[in-house]
Structure formats: C-alpha cells, structure tokens
Write a protein that binds this ligand. Structure first.
Ligand code: PMP
Length: 344
C-alpha cells in the first residue's frame, strides 16, 4: 500500500487551533496560573487570520463574493495581511487603506502579499475625507464587484471568534478558565470569545485592555462618548477614537488602560523571560494583567487566559528597536545599568 502524503492543501488550512502556553518567569510574582493564547501561530502570524477567512467564506456562502471580485478594508496591518493571504489562495484582488501610524514593515509586507495599499493620515477624525474609513468607503463605491469587510462594524468579526477562539480556549482549559484578558480594537476578539465563554460559564471574568488616548474604557463605564479621552498614542491595533459596533460592551466586566511605555517594556520582557517573540499589544495585554493583579483581581486558584494577538517580527523598527525606544524617551526612567541588564 502506498504511503499517504501528509501535506496541507494550502496555507489556509493552518488557521486557528493556536496553542495556549503557560507563562512562567514573567508571572512568578503573581497569584494564579497564566496562559497565553499565542495567535502568532496562525500562518499570517496574527489573530486576524481567523476573521479574514471566516468573513470571506461567509460572503462566499451567501453568494456575495464571486471569483475575481475585490476585497476592500481599512486596517492597521494585521487584518490586511490576513485578507491579502486569503485573497491570494481564493483568487480575489485585495485593496487596503491603512493608517500612517502603521509600521513601514507592515506596509511593505502587505505589498509583498499582492495587496494594493493606500496610506492615510492617522490623526484625522473618522469622518474626514482623508481618513482610512472614508478612503475605503469611496474605493468600495468606485470599484465594481467589491466587498467592504468593515471589521469595526461587521458582526461576522465577532462570530469568527465565537466559533473558533472561544471554543478552543474552553476546550484547552478543560472548562477551568476563570478570567479572559484581551485587547480591544474592533472588539471582535474579546466580544466573540467572551460571548462563547459566558454561555458556558457566566462567572468567567472578561477583562478588556484599552489604551490611554482611547474612548473604550470610559464608554464602557458611562455609556458616554467622551472626546476629551482622545489623544494620539503609539500602540497599533489597541483602543479606538470611535465606538465600534463589533464591540459587545455587555459581555466585558472591566477595562484597564495601559500606557505606550509600560506596554513596550512588557513586550520586551515577554521575549526575554518566556522566549515568546510577540507584538506590542501582547505587551499591552500582559501589562494589563500586572495592573489587574495589583487591584487583587486574581487568586492562587485563578486560571487566566491572555490573548497575545500577533508576532514580534512586525515591530522590529518600533518596540524591538533600541533606537526607537530611546527616541520615545522610553529608556529615560530606567538607569543605564538596567538598560544593559535588559539588553544583554
Ligand atoms: N492587537 C493587534 C496587533 C491588532 O491588530 C488588533 C486589531 N485591531 C488587536 C490587538 C485587537 O483585536 P480586535 O480588533 O479583535 O479587538
């Protein structure tokens, strides 16, 4: 009998089913058990592979997408990369309107994956005609046979995580998860995962991570959209200057805001202490864990799952560049001896 060839048919078959990995040294002073859901294990190196595949396949099922059609999206990079990857395999064109805050590496990568990229100014309001929202909307109107993914306002973004990330975490923890910690950008990850987990066990605490400079935490607490909360910050993909409908605020118990500086140091610490080379928002997520721990959120019995959204290689010219860290003044509060210790 002939041996079967154990090959995947294409890269898309590797999306999802990412591992959870216990965090050891970085969590040794905290009460509880901490596990990272490492989304960098997706073939596109981020959690956005899940929504790209799910939304495109749902559009195909509904007969909205035909071969040769065009996928359009606004993106901080990760969703764009995932959409470009899925588009290549499935035979679609991919047009992306991205924020100028996105790293050059990310933009070059999108172009390498065959996407057409429009770079739009980051610090204009969403309804400004130069914003990436307005540009994407206009391109959608002008391009025949195009689908606008619109991840911030698309329920399928939430459904993707309800159907994949949530069940995986439930199964991987044998139902023993007590806390979920996840960054909120579109809110798709936290909302979909939380909805599934709360259905299984309403006592599971859902902890959101927001950025200083974003409106989400205040909105969650007051239901007020407070523009005074909005100012520029550096973390890409976390927090927002508008309220996305893809965020289900009702399933989130509490938000924590984290700073650019502490999140950057924590991302570097994760690499150094756990050998996990993950992105800036993974640093933000674990920074939030430290702050939640200070508030007494966890006990020795807690089983905390933290979503690490993407891979560190996407931030070589930012968080993982000493020059960039110095330029931001992020080494100022650390003495020279400590920098040596951290760096070598
Ligand atoms: N981290 C990174 C790096 C991201 O790109 C995003 C998505 N904007 C998030 C976290 C947040 O995930 P979500 O959009 O599902 O809330």
């Amino acid at each position: 009998m002939k041996e079967t060839i154990k090959a995947y048919n294409n890269v898309l078959e590797l999306i999802g089913n990412t591992p959870i990995i216990r965090l050891n040294r970085i969590a040794e002073h905290l009460s509880g058990n901490f596990f990272a859901k490492v989304e960098a294990f997706n073939p596109g190196h981020s959690t956005k592979d899940r929504i790209a595949l799910y939304i495109i396949e749902e559009a195909e099922r509904r007969g909205i997408l035909k071969p040769g059609d065009t996928i359009i999206e606004t993106t901080s990079g990760n969703t764009g990369f995932s959409l470009a990857m899925v588009s290549i395999i499935k035979g679609y064109d991919c047009i992306l309107a991205v924020s100028s805050k996105s790293s050059k590496d990310k933009i070059d990568m999108l172009r390498s994956m065959g996407a057409k990229v429009y770079v739009c100014p980051a610090h204009v309001s969403a309804d400004d005609e130069r914003s990436y929202y307005s540009v994407a909307k206009r391109l959608h109107e002008e391009t025949k046979g195009s689908v606008y993914i619109n991840q911030y306002f698309n329920d399928l973004n939430v459904d993707a995580h309800y159907n994949t990330t949530g069940p995986e975490i439930w199964e991987q923890t044998g139902g023993q998860i007590t806390h979920l910690v996840a960054c909120s950008g579109t809110g798709g990850t936290i909302s979909g995962t939380a909805r599934f987990l709360k259905e299984k066990n309403p006592a599971i605490r859902i902890l959101g991570v927001d950025a200083f400079g974003s409106v989400l935490k205040k909105y969650h607490e007051t239901k007020e959209f407070d523009t005074a909360e909005i100012y520029p910050y550096r973390i890409e993909g976390l927090g927002k200057n508008l309220i996305p409908t893809a965020t289900d605020f009702d399933v989130i118990d509490k938000f924590m805001k984290v700073s650019d500086e502490e999140s950057a140091h924590t991302a570097r610490e994760i690499a150094k202490k756990e050998g996990l080379f993950v992105g800036y928002t993974s640093g933000a997520a674990f920074q939030a864990v430290k702050q939640f721990a200070e508030e007494g959120e966890f006990t020795a019995e807690s089983n905390v799952v933290i979503v690490f959204p993407d891979h560190g290689s996407r931030y070589m010219s930012k968080v993982f560049s000493d020059e960039w860290m110095s330029e931001q003044g992020f080494f100022d509060s650390v003495n020279a001896e400590e920098v040596q210790k951290i760096e070598f």
